[in-house]
Design a protein around this ligand. Sequence first.
Ligand SMILES: CC(C)(COP(=O)(O)OP(=O)(O)OC[C@H]1O[C@@H](n2cnc3c(N)ncnc32)[C@H](O)[C@@H]1OP(=O)(O)O)[C@@H](O)C(=O)NCCC(=O)NCCS
Length: 139
Amino acid sequence: MREDDIRQIMDIENESFSTPWTEAAFLAEIHKPYSLSRVLMIGDRLVGYLCMNLILDEGHILNLAVYPDFRRRGLATRLINEALTELKKKGCRFIYLEVRGSNTVAKQFYLQFGFRDAGLRKKYYTSPVEDAVLMMRQL
Ligand SMILES: CC(C)(COP(=O)(O)OP(=O)(O)OC[C@H]1O[C@@H](n2cnc3c(N)ncnc32)[C@H](O)[C@@H]1OP(=O)(O)O)[C@@H](O)C(=O)NCCC(=O)NCCS
C-alpha cells in the first residue's frame, strides 16, 4: 500500500463501513514501522486491501475490505492467505482481530480461515454502538 493508493482505497472504505477510516488514518498506518498493509490490484484498479500490524510474535488485522462489485470471487481469500504466509515467515504466532457482532459475513469469512471467538470488547464500535467480537488464530 502506497500513499497514491489511498484515493481508491477511500472509495472502498466508504462503501464498506459505517465508521470508515479517514485518509489520514491510512496515511498514518502506512508509515508505522510495524505495519504490513497490502493492496490487491486488477490491472490499474485497486479492488481490495488489508492492513495488519506485527509486534513481536503477535499480529493484528486492523482492516480488510473488497470493492462491493468484486466480492465473493475469492479476492479476500487471496489477501488473507498472503497475509498469513507473510506473518508466519516473520515469526508471528498469534493473530487477533475485532469484528462487529452484526457482521456475519466477515465472521463467516474469518471462521473459514481458522479464526475462533476469543472474547467480546464491550461497546467497541460507534455509529451504531456495538460490541466487537475478538477473534484469534494461532499460526
Ligand atoms: C468480508 C469481505 C472482505 C470478504 O471478501 P470477499 O472477497 O467477498 O471474500 P471471498 O470471496 O474470498 O470469500 C471467502 C469465504 O468467506 C465467506 N463469505 C464471503 N462472503 C460471504 C457472504 N456474503 N455470505 C456468507 N459467507 C461469505 C464464504 O465462506 C466464502 O467462501 P465461499 O465463497 O467458498 O463460500 C467482504 O465481504 C467485505 O469487504 N466486506 C465489507 C468490509 C468488512 O466487513 N470487512 C471485515 C471487517 S473486520
